[in-house]
Design a binder for this molecule. Structure first.
Ligand code: NIG
Ligand code: FE
Length: 428
C-alpha cells in the first residue's frame, strides 16, 4: 500500500458508484459520435477546489489520492450536471386553463390570437414586482437543482417593455448570485408584439434595436439574444434586423426557429452563425443542410409538440444522420411546457426521436454546454473541467431513459461543492 505521503491531497472523492457515464471532449458531438460515451464501472471522480482532477475506476483513484471528504454514491450512477439550454423561467402566474382548452381542441395559435398565451404571462409579469418575481424564480431554481440541472439558459420575454425586460433580466442576474445553478441569460424581447404596439410591429422592432438591446448590452444583462420567428410574430426580415444589431453589440444569437411553421428560421440562424436553432419541428431539408454546414447546435424540446398537441415533431434522426449535434432541453415555460426536469425529457428523446440513451445523455450535457459556449468548462466529467455532477439513484445510465416519473437525483455537486444531498433512507 502506498504511504499516505505519496498520495495527492484532494478536497472531495465521489465514490461508491456502480457506474460513471459521460460524453467526452470540448466540442459538440454529432452524427455517429453523438452516441459514443465513456462508461466506467465503479467509476469515481477526484475533485480539488472547483475542478475535476481525475476520473476513473475507484480503485485507481483511491490509490492515487487522499481525499479530505468523500461523497458516497451508494451504488448509484454518476453523470455530468444536466445543462438545460432552453428555458423561460421568469414568469408570474400559470396558464393551466389554456392547457385544458388545448385538450378540448383549441390550438396554441388560436389562444395566442385571442390575447392569451404569451400575452397573458406578459400582463402578469408587468403587474408583479421585481422582489416577487425573484422569490418565485428562486423557488423554481431550487427545483431545477433538485432534478440535477446545474446550468440553465434562461430567457426574459414576458416583459416586452424596456422597464419590464430590464426587471426580468435583473431578477435573473440577482438569482444567479444567490444560489448554485449557473444562469446563462438570454434577452427575448422579440417573443410577441406587446398590446400597445398592436398593428405597429415596425415601431416595436425599432424599440428593440434602438433602446432595449443597447441598454441590455451596456449593462451586461444578457449573453444571447433570441426571437420567436413566426408568421404571427416576427418575420425573417424583423429577425435579421434584430440579430444584426445584437451581434454588433456583442451578443450571441439563439432562435425559436420553424416551431409552428416552415418559415426558414433554420436557414437564417445558419446564415447569421447563431449559437443555436431551437425547436425546428417544421425545419426543411435545406434548413437541416444549412445548419449542418454552419455547425449549429439544434436545441430540441420533445415535450413541446406533445404539450401543444401538435403532430409534427422535430426530425431528430434525419438531423443526426446529417451530422448535426443536437441538444435536448425542457423549454420550461407556463404555456408550451410546464416541466423543469431535463432528466425527464430524456425518455422522450428516446421514445419520440429514437435516440439511444448515450445520445440523449450527450445531448443533455456536452452538446447543450457547447450551444452555450461552455463546452470547455462543463458538460462532461473530465480532468480540468468544472466539477458539476449528479449522483443518480439508478443502477446504470440506461435507466436514465428507462424510468419515468421519479426523480432519481441523490446528490448534486456544483463547482466541487456538495450543494444538495438527499437521504435515500427517507424515501424508501
Ligand atoms: O418556446 N415559442 C415561444 N415561446 C415558448 C412558449 C412561451 C409561452 O407559451 O409562454 C416556447 O414554446
Ligand atoms: Fe421556447
Amino acid at each position: 500500500m502506498a504511504s499516505p505521503s505519496r498520495l495527492v491531497p484532494i478536497d472531495l472523492l465521489v465514490a461508491g458508484a456502480a457506474e460513471l457515464a459521460t460524453p467526452e471532449g470540448r466540442a459538440a458531438r454529432g452524427g455517429a459520435e453523438l452516441g459514443k460515451i465513456k462508461v466506467v464501472p465503479r467509476g469515481a471522480v477526484a475533485i480539488r477546489a472547483e475542478r475535476i482532477v481525475a476520473v476513473g475506476p475507484e480503485a485507481e483513484l483511491r490509490a492515487a489520492f487522499e481525499p479530505a471528504a468523500t461523497l458516497d454514491a451508494r451504488g448509484g450512477t454518476l453523470v455530468p450536471g444536466f445543462v438545460d439550454a432552453h428555458t423561460h423561467p421568469v414568469f408570474a402566474g400559470t396558464r393551466e386553463e389554456e392547457f385544458e382548452q388545448r385538450t378540448q381542441g383549441r390550438t396554441y395559435l388560436e389562444i395566442a390570437q385571442a390575447g392569451g398565451g404569451i400575452l397573458a404571462s406578459v400582463r402578469a409579469v408587468r403587474a408583479t414586482s421585481a422582489e416577487q418575481l425573484l422569490v418565485t424564480l428562486l423557488v423554481r431554481l431550487g427545483r431545477f437543482l433538485e432534478v440535477g440541472t446545474t446550468t440553465l439558459e434562461a430567457k426574459s420575454g414576458y416583459g416586452l417593455s424596456l422597464a419590464d425586460e430590464l426587471k426580468s433580466l435583473e431578477v435573473l442576474a440577482e438569482a444567479g448570485r444567490r444560489q448554485p445553478v449557473e444562469i446563462v441569460p438570454t434577452f427575448l424581447g422579440a417573443h410577441e408584439i406587446p398590446p400597445e404596439f398592436r398593428g405597429r410591429k415596425a415601431d416595436y422592432v425599432a424599440l428593440l434595436c434602438d433602446e432595449m438591446l443597447p441598454r441590455i448590452a451596456e449593462q451586461h444583462l444578457a449573453e444571447y439574444c433570441d426571437a420567436f420567428a413566426e408568421a404571427h410574430t416576427f418575420d425573417l426580415a424583423d429577425t435579421r434586423r434584430l440579430f444584426e444589431r445584437a451581434r454588433e453589440l456583442g451578443l450571441g444569437l439563439r432562435l425559436h426557429a420553424d416551431q409552428l411553421s416552415a418559415l426558414g428560421g433554420a436557414e437564417l440562424a445558419a446564415e447569421l452563425s447563431a449559437a443555436s436553432a431551437d425547436h425546428l419541428e417544421h425545419v426543411s431539408a435545406s434548413g437541416i443542410a444549412a445548419l449542418a454546414r454552419a455547425g449549429i447546435v439544434p436545441v430540441l424540446c420533445p415535450l413541446v409538440p406533445l404539450y401543444l398537441r401538435q403532430e409534427r415533431e422535430a426530425p431528430a434522426r434525419r438531423m443526426i444522420e446529417a451530422g448535426l449535434a443536437p441538444a435536448l432541453a425542457t423549454d420550461f415555460n407556463p404555456g408550451s411546457c410546464y416541466l423543469q426536469s431535463l432528466r425527464e425529457v430524456l425518455p422522450w428523446g428516446a421514445l419520440r426521436y429514437r435516440m439511444s440513451v448515450a445520445e440523449c445523455l450527450t445531448a443533455a450535457t456536452l452538446n447543450a454546454a457547447c450551444s452555450l459556449g461552455r463546452g470547455h468548462e462543463i458538460g462532461s466529467l473530465e480532468a480540468e473541467k468544472r466539477a458539476d455532477l449528479v449522483v443518480l439513484d439508478l443502477p446504470n445510465h440506461r435507466h436514465l431513459c428507462y424510468e419515468l416519473g421519479r426523480n432519481p437525483v441523490r446528490a448534486v455537486v456544483v463547482r466541487g461543492r456538495v450543494v444538495l444531498e438527499r437521504d435515500p433512507l427517507a424515501r424508501r
